[in-house]
Design a protein around this ligand. Sequence first.
Ligand code: C2E
Ligand code: CA
Ligand code: CA
Ligand code: CA
Length: 280
Amino acid sequence: AKHNGRGNFQFFSAAMHDATTQRIKLEAELHQALERREFLLHYQPKLDLATGKTSGFEALLRWNHPQRGLVPPLEFISVLEDTGLIIAVGEWVVAEVCRQLGAWRADGFPIVPVAINLSARQLEQDDLAATIEQIVTASGIAPALLEFELTESMLMVNPDAAVAILGRIKALGMRLSIDDFGTGYSSLAYLKRFPLDALKIDRTFVRDLPHDSDDAAITRAVINLAHSLNLKVVAEGVENLEQLCELKRFGCDEIQGYYVDRPLVPARCFIRADSAPLLG
Ligand code: C2E
Ligand code: CA
Ligand code: CA
Ligand code: CA
């Protein structure tokens, strides 16, 4: 048994050493990624269920790793947060979205607002609104073309500070929405403290529509309550026509998901004609 224990310990230790080495390597690579221009954004459209038109896009971060290729955010966002690199990368995202909006405008495309995901670390920065204002002013892009997505849990860490920061961003003329709604603990009534424009229903509630009657009831209730609080509702993760129809029946305003489109490279964003066909 002793022998086994020791063997296990050595094995475990080697595995730990491996994980630590990998983590250090990942951090070092991420430190260089920004200046090496390895980050890029994909854009996923939101479909307005009333008009059948693209009402906006969400910018989603990708890392084009020199050896591994395109790395999804779940594999590196938490490292950016732990190291504080998310502050610089977050600023790059805002600047890049403004640059892209300018490029689309120059190419004559019909410009719609773009939503940007914020992280908890960014919301801890007292000068977040001022930083955003600086970047957007320098770009010459209309502030109304930007929207920011935050999660409930981010707002609940320090609600008073969050109210102040969001108030400043809102005063700049930008839109604010709650991401992944329903996965946190806040009530809609509590959320009313924040100057929000929209609420995105998390895709876990959409996944089993229309068959799961609990999810259907929750979704319908959230939509009705949000509307009574003057919030638009976006449903995330819509993957089929049945889900779309049910959400439309419930009065949901916009949908996002693979059924409409995956996150796209900028050059593909305006290729698909606005699609009444999707609406059946
Ligand atoms: P999120 O903000 O909830 O973004 C939605 C995620 O769901 C995206 O994953 C998107 O590709 C995926 N998705 C979209 N439609 C569907 C669908 O129909 N079915 C399924 N199963 N998934 C769908 P992605 O791009 O991997 O991003 C993951 C998360 O990383 C985001 O979740 C967001 O929390 C974070 N993230 C992405 N970009 C940024 C960024 O620029 N800054 C920060 N702070 N976080 C970001
Ligand atoms: Ca989001
Ligand atoms: Ca989400
Ligand atoms: Ca999410």
